[in-house]
Design a protein around this ligand. Sequence first.
Ligand code: ADE
Length: 230
Amino acid sequence: MSSYQEEVISVKLVKMRIDILTLFPEMIENALSFSIPSRAQKADKVEIKAHNLRQWGIDSHGNVDDSPYGGGPGMILRVDVANKALEAVDPDHKAFRIMLSPDGDQFNQSQAKELSEKEHIVILCGRYEGFDARIDKYIDQKVSIGNYVLSGGELAALVITDAVVRLIPGVLGNEESLTHETFENDVTDFPQYTRPDTFDDQTVPEVLKSGHHAEIQKWRQSQQKPLNQG
Ligand code: ADE
């Protein structure tokens, strides 16, 4: 069997799964029903499921949080609830488990690439003031998407899912992956232009209209900057 055939087979067999544990599953499902994440799910490249944490709540009200020992404002996600949810979607801890938190490791393009090669990822979103610190023992990595505090992990989960899914082999068409290949090499994309030729005294660089492919490529490379890896 040629290595090309092997690659085609392995791409087909390994369908990534992403489980997102959240109090707002609709927020996740709605956002992922557009554009490339939607296309990737329809093409069976990835299965993404948002699970409501309340189904693992401690009582009939689905309570998942409680006030912090020692006092203080807000509510804390309970460790028993988080652990039950993690065990339900990943019973043997085979998945890579991420917990979203502003004090986590900064997410970047190289981590997106690494995650795109995993078979199963579980993402735990927090709400409220935070998590019981003992949850750390049941996850593999705490991840932040930037140095600011969001009101919950859902937007961060969406950012990570989008960045990962578009890197799964076969999700972007050939032409799209070529266009974006630059990003995977740790440099930014180059500036692009389309019609009209002139707008409000701004003109398209002559080289792009020259038809000289080598010159165009040289110009584009000269315009790329190192990607800020945080
Ligand atoms: N939850 C709240 N803020 C966050 C951030 N910056 N990154 C990831 N999860 C978060």
